[in-house]
Design a protein around this ligand. Sequence first.
Ligand code: PBG
Length: 325
Amino acid sequence: MGFPLHRPRRLRQSDVWRRMVRETRLTTDAFIYPLFIVPGKQVRHAVESMPGVFQLSVDEIAKEAKRVADLGIPAVLLFAAPDHKDAKGSAATDPNGLVPQAIAAIKAVAPQLLVWTDVCLCGATDHGHCGHVTKDGVIENDSSIETLAQVSLTYARAGADAVAPSDMMDGRVLAIRQLLDRNGFSNTPVISYAAKYASSFYGPFREAAESAPAFGDRRSYQMDPANGREALREVLLDLEEGADMVMVKPAGPYLDVIRQVRDAVHVPVVAYQVSGEYSLIKAAAARGWIDERAAAFETLTGIRRAGADLIITYFAPDMAEWLRN
Ligand code: PBG
């Protein structure tokens, strides 16, 4: 029997009622903030397509990390845009490269802040792809995962608290896990971008990370947006290979995938609210078409409700401040 016996509005009639019966809450503990490292000193270069996001030199990264740690955010995710780019992405395995320098600088000012490092080749290769490319333009899997493991080892040696491969090559989690273990880093978690889709929502990020592919696209390694079952296959394979957490990316257009993954696994599920999801809200808010804070809360709450335990988001510092007040 329904109305008039049942009136769901009874439990919505005031803020205190709504607070009591709220099913999903956001906490700063669940946020990871991405940072973009560039060469130089005192560089604070605005990423035009992502208002509020900057490319930062190592000294500026340290300041930003301190601010973020003081806000109570538990972790940052590092991306680098080195000057030197070549076919093999050798800047990514340089022990004195931007990421190792940034890790040292962050640890000096905010030792308790967890430093996650994105592991990929696209920011360091001249062709902008996430793996090695043959002369026929094919993205080669098995040689790429060896390099990706070397990148991971470089970051672990530099003091990274976790490595997060975002390349979508097959078998890279196992290659990384084995190389880390053989070199004394059995305690360094691998957080895999397990279900990463070939998405139009990465556009603004590619300006920040200077990592757009020079030819072709990423559809031979990133997933087809139409596929849900395949996401579970990717996730289960990465767990067999030793992943400690699995990620779904982007987040907003893939809430069903987040839910399916949450129900299928026993590790923390991370969702990445990507650059395009952020920029859409920023752009509409700048025109007065949407309430930025309300839209940030709503999208992030939706991602949590879908089952994400942790969320990588460019809104992290603002959210931390909004959640305080
Ligand atoms: C690199 C990488 C990308 C993102 C994270 N790691 C871009 C891509 O795959 O082209 C996207 C993040 C974002 O859009 O915020 N492989």
